[in-house]
Design a protein around this ligand. Structure first.
Ligand SMILES: NC(=O)c1ccc[n+]([C@@H]2O[C@H](COP(=O)([O-])OP(=O)(O)OC[C@H]3O[C@@H](n4cnc5c(N)ncnc54)[C@H](OP(=O)(O)O)[C@@H]3O)[C@@H](O)[C@H]2O)c1
Length: 367
């Protein structure tokens, strides 16, 4: 392992389930021993994190503080600096500034230091602050994989002029998808239900914005686009299933990222020979797929696009420091379902306090 400096024990913020985010017991500072990199891991000092719906969803399923089960470190979206590398690491050295979403089957980034496999990590854009950068990895990977790998659209413009309906344009994933799709030359119809979310989608480059609180078919017909070539659903898969079947053109393609609650009627897509794709950003890291290094490549490409001014940070709300109180605020905001872009937390100054009671539990089971 290559390392620049000795590392003291670190602070982390553990999450407990069974509690509303406003309950002070939902998050707690814990002191943990420094993680030790395996041969292909980077040990990263976390400077900023973004909060995603996956955090609130995982937290809601966790045991409460009284259940005797270990709490969990959430947070899978970060920007930081490499402090040490495993012996087999090739692309990074200590001191590199990096960004990554990580692996949901490992501890999250709500900690001063975290391990990440080098294959799924990228060098972050030099022209963004850590907070601005932390907003992008998870949603950038999701949007990229959804549009360019699942739907098979060309990121560099070979599909220019084809239409894409983005359900949920102003959210974290939608904000990245709008930018990537417009850059690829697609006709982007994004949905937003409020003046501020509409303006946000327009600013990111949507060709048209329609209101998802109203029926979509007449709005699309009024735009002269009664059917679309592709649909990216970044919202409720169940609720939009029949709507998508109506709006997609024959032989079109749909991608969704939110699991369905009830069985879906696949027959609705048969007459039009429509293809349906799932996108789950954690598939590659979680199943350790041989092509998981694609995520490192996508992050390197996204950094180039940001540095070239072609993609902008979607950080809209910045909270400091990375504390239990601010994580609770961020979770509450996200649970409201109305955020624009991303909520990011930055810095560790002033975060602390005795937490030895939980530390032993976490050491026994760090996930
Ligand atoms: N599979 C994956 O890999 C993956 C990755 C990331 C996220 N996800 C999931 O995808 C979903 C979206 O994630 P996110 O981070 O983009 O969420 P988010 O940032 O919380 O999304 C907030 C946005 O949702 C919009 N919205 C609310 N109700 C809507 C509706 N009925 N139809 C369309 N849009 C609606 C809101 O727009 P208005 O304010 O204009 O109403 C708001 O701007 C979450 O369920 C998340 O867990 C999955």
């Amino acid at each position: 392992m290559e390392s620049n400096d000795p590392r003291p024990p670190m602070k982390a913020i553990a999450a407990y389930g069974g509690l509303p985010s406003r309950d002070p017991a939902a998050f707690a500072v814990v002191d943990l021993p420094d993680p030790v990199p395996s041969p292909h891991d980077l040990l990263v000092r976390v400077e900023a994190v973004a909060v995603n719906p996956v955090d609130t969803k995982v937290r809601s399923g966790l045991p409460g503080p009284g259940a005797g089960a270990p709490p969990r470190l959430l947070g899978w979206d970060a920007a930081g600096v490499v402090e040490a590398t495993g012996d087999a690491v090739e692309r990074f050295v200590p001191g590199d500034r990096v960004w990554f979403a990580g692996d949901i089957s490992r501890p999250g980034c709500n900690a001063e230091r975290v391990l990440v496999e080098e294959a799924i990590c990228g060098h972050r854009p030099a022209n963004l602050s850590a907070a601005e950068a932390a907003a992008l990895p998870l949603t950038g990977l999701t949007a990229w994989e959804a549009l360019f790998e699942r739907l098979g659209l060309d990121p560099e413009g070979a599909d220019a002029g084809r239409s894409l309906l983005i359900l949920g344009g102003a959210g974290g994933v939608g904000s990245m998808a709008i930018q990537l799709a417009r850059r690829a030359g697609l006709v982007v119809i994004a949905t937003a239900s409020r003046p501020e979310s509409r303006a946000w989608c327009e600013r990111l480059g949507a060709s048209h914005v329609v209101d998802h609180s109203q029926p979509l078919a007449p709005q699309l017909a009024a735009l002269g686009l009664p059917e679309v070539d592709t649909i990216a659903n970044f919202s409720d898969t169940d609720a939009y299933w029949p709507v998508m079947a109506e709006l997609i053109r024959p032989q079109g393609a749909i991608v969704a990222i939110v699991g369905n609650r009830a069985p879906l009627d696949l027959n609705l897509l048969k007459a039009k020979s429509v293809s349906f794709h799932w996108e789950f950003m954690f598939t590659r890291p979680q199943f350790h797929t041989p092509d998981r290094g694609r995520q490192g490549e996508i992050l390197e490409r996204l950094a180039q696009l940001v540095e070239a001014g072609e993609i902008q940070s979607t950080a809209a709300t910045r909270l400091e420091p990375i504390s239990p109180e601010n994580l609770a605020r961020a979770h509450a905001l996200l649970e409201g379902g109305r955020t624009l872009g991303k909520i990011v937390l930055a810095g560790w100054e002033g975060v602390g306090g005795p937490a030895a009671a939980h530390a032993a539990e976490l050491m026994a089971n760090p996930t």
